[in-house]
Design a protein around this ligand. Structure first.
Ligand SMILES: [Zn+2]
Length: 170
């Protein structure tokens, strides 16, 4: 048994090719979206997965390290100053990288680890695939957006679909 902090440090040492990343990559391949680059150095923030040709960058974020806005996990109880400073750095780095990418016309798709749990995995991946395809159909002038994938509440999706159907009938 290791302390909570040690456990997280151990996880951080394996921060590339994490289990959630592998699951996302597998689902993308199944959707026919292979040909991605991993941790591509030429894009800001070295996105976990990216399609340079489509200018799509995908970040699979661990909720603890990147301070997921959906989970709002509590700070570790010891070394609070250390952790706050560390998280602050992580969050500002993420924000800076996303800003640069969006300005350069990339579609930035952020997938939080908690959206990849069994219950929401399929819905999250369906939205991710939809967002990638959408970016293909956009004109260069429309590009450059940031999407928190899977953050849309189910009732909102339902509303949107209902509205879309209503429009289609007219
Ligand atoms: Zn989360």
């Amino acid at each position: 048994m290791v302390s909570e902090a040690t456990h997280h440090v151990m996880q951080a040492n394996k921060s590339k090719n994490t289990k959630p990343e592998l699951k996302v990559r597998e689902a993308l391949r199944k959707a026919g979206l292979s040909g991605y680059r991993l941790h591509w150095k030429k894009a800001a923030g070295k996105p976990d997965i990216c399609y340079p040709g489509r200018r799509v960058a995908i970040f699979v974020n661990g909720c603890f390290w990147h301070r997921c806005p959906h989970c709002s996990l509590p700070l570790p109880k010891s070394n609070v100053a250390f952790w706050s400073a560390k998280f602050e750095r992580n969050v500002s780095r993420d924000e800076r990288d996303a800003r640069i990418l969006v300005r350069e016309g990339w579609t930035v798709l952020v997938v939080w680890e908690c959206r990849l749990r069994k219950a929401s995995f399929d819905a999250t991946m369906a939205e991710l695939v939809r967002q990638i395809r959408l970016s293909e159909s956009q004109r260069p002038s429309e590009r450059g957006r940031y999407v928190d994938v899977g953050s849309t509440a189910p009732w909102k999706l339902h509303e949107a679909r209902r509205r879309a159907r209503g429009r289609a009938r007219r």
